[in-house]
Design a binder for this molecule. Structure first.
Ligand code: BES
Ligand code: MN
Ligand code: ZN
Length: 522
């Protein structure tokens, strides 16, 4: 689908569909007003009849609106004018794309940029339309021999602007559009990888994807094989891979778009391409969903794709430890003690707590990049789904500033995250009688003790951990990967570049306070 922007007035558009917003209490947006005026009150008369109440996310499709040059007009409800916030706007945008894909319109012009959204600028609205628009078009039909549903006809979206923009606004808008499209592509890649069957999306497949991406965008890629892992002493990662016939891979993908020799942000993504639990075998119900246990890895690839596509001036390295977790004859047993790359020993009491085992070696490996900061992303604990449900990802870490930056990015992108504490007291739950630590900390505070485990391998740098167990995919009838947290991570990196280039970098935090330019520690 193609996106562009255009100045003009709605009633004059030769388009298959013009989209205009309606607030509650029969209040028209400027675009709806212009259409109404040229149609001699046609739209007002419909509102008077009560067929469109303006509720956020409701739509009404009209044909042959008098005196308009377009084939259709789609009215979309925006709720109460004073109350229009992030969720209302996104709901409206999604509803528009849903309604458009139910028509046979091949193109549409959306007049949704003048609607005032609380605390949000034009760029935000443009990015939201691009991301949500492309998201609503996402299908995963690659593994079907024939596709029942008709392909959506929609090919071209124009963002209509009534009031001409200044040169500066124009440039910012173009940039926001490109960012939104890149973010959506990154999400789509992450979704594809997540949705692929686990017999296809193996560690080797992930490595191939990384190599393809490296070729397309001229990135540096390194893939460590089992032998290399042995040389590095990655005993924890190897302990997980032992039970599987699929060889493990540790993928490192480097994007150097920022200042020369500038320290990179390192993203470390859990890449368990299937998690059976190993010898601590999981129950059968819904085990298929453990193909999504590589969604951390997918989000790293998706974010790097977005960043490379945008040509963002940042340095980012993605590290992906990839393996299956299987109960083979050679598999790790509960009680086994292994030595991680860091030298610390681990008593593996539960082979199903494998994510932290592969991550701890990848986190030790990350040190070689002298990272500015490290963010790891993992479908790590079922406990996180209990704590935060499917709305917010869990955020933990050892650096206040980094955590706040991620919260700010989550707030702007709508890809929510919520912080949990990493108090020292929780560390005691990881005590082992036989090794430096156990790999599980009991049922209580499972998300936190998992992060505590990781924190023992991240002492040398600023670090944050996103537990995406509840947010990376949807279950049930709508089963499918979400592409999260690609928006959060991409926004985090985008914001960094705008701050560095001398903008005020002001962002509104979750608590509504304003936060200034971040101080570099270097
Ligand atoms: N990949 C799972 C976590 C998970 C479970 C994510 C369900 C999403 C839905 C992880 O490897 C795991 O099995 N964790 C265990 C840890 C426990 C053994 C300490 C869990 O959460 O039960
Ligand atoms: Mn597991
Ligand atoms: Zn797992």
């Amino acid at each position: 689908m193609k996106f562009n922007m255009k100045n003009g007035t709605p009633e004059k558009q030769r388009s298959a569909c013009v989209v205009a917003g309606i607030f509650e209490q029969q209040k028209l947006t400027p675009a709806a007003e212009a259409l109404d005026k040229s149609a001699n009150g046609y739209i007002t008369s419909i509102l008077n009849r009560g067929d469109m109440k303006g509720k956020a996310g409701s739509t009404l499709l009209l044909h042959n609106v008098p005196n308009s040059a377009c084939e259709r007009v789609l009215l979309v409800g925006l709720g109460k004018e004073q109350e229009l916030g992030d969720k209302g706007y996104r709901d409206a945008v999604r509803a528009v794309f849903k309604a458009l894909s139910d028509t046979s319109a091949a193109d549409a012009i959306l007049f949704l940029l003048e609607a005032p959204v609380k605390n949000r600028d034009l760029s935000w609205k443009i990015l939201q339309i691009a991301v949500n628009g492309l998201e609503s078009m996402y299908r995963f039909n690659r593994l079907k021999s024939k596709v029942e549903e008709a392909e959506p006809k929609l090919q071209k979206i124009t963002l209509g602007i009534i009031k001409p923009l200044t040169g500066e606004e124009q440039a910012a808008s173009e940039e926001a559009l490109q960012q939104g499209l890149a973010m959506a592509e990154g999400m789509s890649l992450a979704k594809d990888l997540g949705n692929l069957a686990p017999n296809i999306c193996t560690p080797a497949y992930l490595a191939e994807q990384a190599m393809d991406m490296a070729k397309t965008y001229k990135l540096k890629v390194t893939v460590l094989e089992q032998k290399d892992m042995e040389d590095f002493g990655m005993g924890a990662l190897l302990a997980v891979a032992r039970g599987s016939r699929q060889p493990p891979k540790l993928i490192a993908l480097e994007y150097w778009g920022g200042v020369k020799k500038g320290k990179p942000v390192v993203l470390v993504g859990k890449g368990v391409t299937f998690d059976t639990g190993g010898i601590s075998l999981k129950p059968a119900a819904e085990m298929d969903e453990m193909k999504y246990d590589m969604c951390g890895a997918a989000s790293v690839l998706g974010t790097l794709h977005a960043v490379a596509k945008m040509g963002l001036p940042v340095n980012v390295v993605g590290i992906i430890p990839a393996t299956e977790n299987m109960p083979g004859g050679n598999a790790t047993k509960p009680g086994d003690v292994v030595t991680s790359m860091s030298g610390q020993t681990i008593e593996i009491l539960n082979t199903d707590a494998e994510g932290r085992l592969i991550l701890c070696d990848a986190l030790a490996y990350a040190e070689r990049y002298e990272p500015e900061s490290v963010i790891n992303i993992a479908t790590l604990t079922g406990a996180c789904v209990i704590a935060l449900g499917h709305v917010a990802s869990g955020l933990l870490g050892n650096d206040e500033e980094l955590a706040q930056e991620l919260l700010d990015a989550s707030e702007r992108s709508g890809d929510r995250a919520w912080r949990l504490p990493l108090f020292d007291e929780y560390q005691e739950q990881l005590k082992s009688n036989f090794a430096d630590m156990a790999n599980i900390g009991g049922r209580a505070a499972g998300t936190i003790t998992a992060a505590c485990f990781l924190s023992r391998f991240t002492k040398k740098y600023r670090w944050a951990h996103l537990d995406i167990a509840g947010t990376a995919w949807k279950s049930g009838k709508e089963k499918g990967a979400t592409g999260r947290p690609v928006p959060l991570l991409t926004q985090f990196l985008i914001t960094r570049t705008t701050r560095q280039s001398g903008n005020t970098g002001e962002t509104v935090t979750q608590s509504g306070t304003r936060k200034g330019r971040r101080k570099s520690k270097e």
